[in-house]
Design a protein around this ligand. Structure first.
Ligand code: COA
Length: 262
């Protein structure tokens, strides 16, 4: 299955939808049209019952995403700047984070500014060894506006986030792994295969349980929300699902579970 888009590609194979940002000669920078198409592609993949995991990556050998498209916002005023951030977070960054389908970022090169913010909005990240990550916004006279000031400290700790944002510098893949920003580092050739291998492990498990787990884990990072309460709620809900009946029955019958996904 393949959808027609201008700035991205979306393709499903064996339960995995791979979304590729496809503006390699602009290092896959996120302009408005690309953000809208990504929103559409994530919506379609999340609704598609055959998609169990989504992988997002960048086309070409150089970049995952080199940031928001600077040429598009360079002339914005205060109001337009605020709107740019709000709209982007609504359509893409918060949208991905709260999706019920697991999303893996395959960071295949530069992930800068909005590009790193996009990777951080995904449920977890795997990088190739050529990847370089950073939030260079302060070198442009702005701050990260797609959730970077919130998600980077959550992932790497406040001090490292402060240094990365203040220096506007880049870190390499190994440093990103040591910081906990990416879970694994591999070669560029092996990157998608490793993401697919991990996706394969995810797909064996209950999609309904995973959906509840995403909600409960995310609740830990939402102001005014008690994550423990959300966990209790999601835990209880599992007991009413066919997946729970199948998972526990299969265990007791010493066979592999075949989850219906309901
Ligand atoms: N927005 C718009 N265009 C971008 C872009 C961005 N964030 N990042 C790269 N591009 C464009 C370049 O303008 C260039 O276009 P051109 O060929 O029409 O001139 C093309 O992508 C290739 O980039 P180039 O800078 O020539 O590649 P490089 O290998 O010399 O440098 C980077 C790579 C990533 C270091 C450099 O592109 C860069 O610093 N990009 C901006 C990163 C940034 O600040 N992002 C945060 C935005 S909030």
């Amino acid at each position: 299955m393949s959808m027609p888009y201008e700035n991205i590609l979306s393709e499903r194979n064996d339960g995995i939808t791979t979304i590729t940002i496809n503006r390699p000669n602009k290092l896959n920078a996120l302009n408005k049209a690309t953000i809208n198409e990504l929103n559409q592609a994530f919506k379609v993949a999340d609704k598609d019952k055959h998609t169990k995991v989504i992988i997002i990556t960048g086309s070409g050998e150089k970049a995952f995403v080199a940031g928001a498209d600077i040429s598009e916002f360079a002339h914005f005023d205060v109001k337009e700047g605020g709107k740019l951030a709000a709209k982007g977070q609504e359509l893409l960054f918060d949208y991905i984070e709260n999706l019920s389908t697991p999303v893996i970022a395959a960071v295949n090169g530069f992930a800068l500014g909005g590009g790193l913010e996009l990777a951080m909005a995904c449920h977890f990240r795997i990088a190739s060894d050529n990847a370089k990550m950073g939030l260079p916004e302060t070198s442009l006279g702005v701050i990260p506006g797609y959730g970077g000031t919130q998600r980077l400290p959550q992932l790497v700790g406040k001090g490292r986030a402060m240094e990365m944002v203040m220096t506007a510098g880049m870190i390499d893949a190994e440093t990103a792994k040591a910081y906990g920003l990416v879970n694994h580092v591999t070669t560029q050739d092996e990157l998608i295969a490793l993401c697919e291998k991990i996706a394969g492990k995810i797909m064996r498990n209950s999609t309904v349980a995973i959906k509840g787990a995403i909600k409960a884990i995310n609740a830990n990072y939402k102001d005014g929300v008690d994550g423990y309460k959300e966990e209790i709620k999601q835990f209880g809900k599992c007991f009413g699902t066919d997946d729970f009946t199948e998972g526990t029955t299969a265990f007791l019958e010493k066979r592999k579970a075949e989850f219906p996904g309901t």
